[in-house]
Design a protein around this ligand. Structure first.
Ligand code: NAD
Length: 335
C-alpha cells in the first residue's frame, strides 16, 4: 500500500511511521510543514529507508495536497496544531489548520477515491465528564479552542463519509506519552525541568484526571483502524492508566529521583477540564488493547530524555509565531 501520513515528523506521527515501516511492506510518504512542533530528527534513520519519502509542505497547500493524495492508496491524517495552551492565544490559526486543512485533504481523497482515510483525533472532544466514560456516540462538548477545532474536524471528516462516501475512520485517543514528545507537553516539561535541577508547577490542587496511553499503543491502534476499521466509524483508543495530575507528578518525581520539595502549586489555567474518560470496547473488538504498562513506559520515556539532552529544547523554526505562513498558496482543483 502507498500510504500518505500527514504530520509524520511530529510526536505521534513519527511513532506511527516507525510502526508502519517495521511491521509492513508499505511505502510511506510523510507530508509535514516542520512547524515548531515537527522535527526531522523524529524520523531519524527511517529517513534513509527507500520506503519513506519526506515532503516538506503544508496541508493548507491545496495543489500540493492534491498532487500527493493522487498517488496514494490511503491517508493517515495527524497534522494539526496540538497544544491547548497555544490555542488560547491563536484560536483562528487552530481552526484554519485543523479544520480547513482536514477539509482540503478530504476533498482530494474524494477526487482521487482513496481506499481509506484515518483522521486522528482526541478524547478532549467529549469535554469533561464528572463520572462515567464516553463511548464513541457520546455528545461532543469541547471546552477549549484546541478541542473545539478537533471536534469540528471530526464532524467534517464524518460528513465526507455521509455525503460522499469518502471511506473515513476517526480515532480518538487519550493523552499520549513516550519518547520524542515536544517539551511543551506536561510529561516532557516536568521530566526535563527535574533533570535540569529546576522546579515544576502543578496547576490548581493537581486534581485533574487524565487517561494516559503510551504512544506506541496509539500507533498500533491507528494502524489497526486503517486496516480493519469500518468506514464512517469512530474508534476510541484509550490507555490503561487514569491518574490525577497529583498522582502523575508523584510518578514523574520518583522516575526522576526528585521529591515534592521541587513542586510549586500554581494557579490553574484559564480553562482546564476536570476529568476525561472514555471506553474503547469498539476498538477492542478489532483487536486493540494497550500493551505498555505506565511505570515501564514512563521509565523508558525518562531514560530517553536523559540520553537526548539536545532534544530538551528542539531548534524551533516558527517558534515565536503561531501564524502559519503558507495559506492556500496553490488552490486545489475544484471538487
Ligand atoms: P505534534 O504537535 O507533535 O505534531 C504535529 C505535526 O504536524 C508536526 O510535525 C507539525 O510540523 C505538523 N503540522 C502542523 N501544522 C501543519 C500544517 N499546516 N501542514 C503540515 N504539517 C503540519 O502533535 P502530536 O501530539 O503528534 O499529535 C498528532 C495528532 O494526534 C494531532 O492531530 C493531535 O490532535 C492528535 N492527538 C494528540 C494527542 C496527544 O496526547 N499528543 C492525543 C490525542 C490526539
Amino acid at each position: 500500500m502507498r500510504l500518505l501520513v500527514t504530520g509524520g515528523a511530529g510526536f505521534i506521527g513519527s511513532h506511527y511511521v516507525h510502526h508502519v515501516l517495521s511491521t509492513t511492506d508499505d511505502q510511506v510518504t510523510v507530508l509535514d510543514a516542520l512547524t515548531y512542533a515537527g522535527s526531522l530528527q523524529n524520523l531519524g534513520p527511517a529517513l534513509h529507508s527507500d520506503r519513506l519519502t519526506f515532503v516538506e509542505g503544508n496541508i493548507l497547500d491545496g495543489g500540493l495536497v492534491d498532487d500527493l493524495v493522487k498517488t496514494h492508496d490511503a491517508v493517515v491524517h495527524l497534522a494539526a496544531e496540538s497544544h491547548v495552551d497555544r490555542s488560547f492565544l491563536a484560536g483562528g490559526h487552530f481552526l484554519t489548520v485543523n479544520v480547513l486543512g482536514t477539509q482540503l485533504l478530504l476533498d482530494a481523497a474524494r477526487r482521487h477515491r482513496v481506499g481509506k482515510f484515518v483522521h486522528v483525533s482526541t478524547d478532549e472532544v467529549y469535554g469533561p465528564l464528572p463520572e462515567g466514560a464516553a463511548a464513541e456516540d457520546a455528545p461532543l462538548r469541547p471546552t477549549v479552542p484546541y478541542a473545539a477545532s478537533k471536534a469540528a474536524s471530526d464532524l467534517v471528516a464524518l460528513s465526507a463519509y455521509a455525503t460522499h462516501r469518502v471511506p473515513v475512520c476517526v480515532t480518538r485517543s487519550s493523552n499520549n506519552y513516550g519518547p520524542r514528545q515536544h517539551p511543551e507537553k506536561v510529561i516532557p516539561r516536568f521530566v526535563t525541568r527535574l533533570l535540569k535541577g529546576e522546579r515544576v508547577g502543578l496547576h490548581g490542587r493537581g486534581e485533574h484526571v487524565r487517561n494516559w496511553i503510551h504512544v506506541s499503543d496509539n500507533a498500533a491502534g491507528i494502524d489497526l483502524v486503517l486496516r480493519h476499521g469500518r468506514p464512517g466509524e469512530v474508534y476510541n483508543l484509550g490507555g490503561g492508566t487514569d491518574l490525577t495530575n497529583q498522582q502523575l507528578t508523584e510518578h514523574i518525581l520518583r522516575a526522576c529521583g526528585a521529591g515534592w520539595d521541587r513542586v510549586d502549586y500554581i494557579p490553574d489555567r484559564q480553562s482546564n477540564d476536570l476529568r476525561y474518560a472514555m471506553t474503547w470496547t469498539k476498538a477492542a473488538r478489532l483487536g486493540y488493547g494497550p500493551n505498555r504498562g505506565f511505570e515501564g513506559g514512563l521509565e523508558q520515556t525518562v531514560d530517553w530524555y536523559r540520553a537526548n539532552t539536545g532534544r530538551w529544547a528542539p531548534p524551533h523554526r516558527n517558534a515565536d509565531s503561531p501564524v502559519c505562513r503558507v495559506l492556500m498558496s496553490r488552490p486545489a482543483p475544484p471538487v
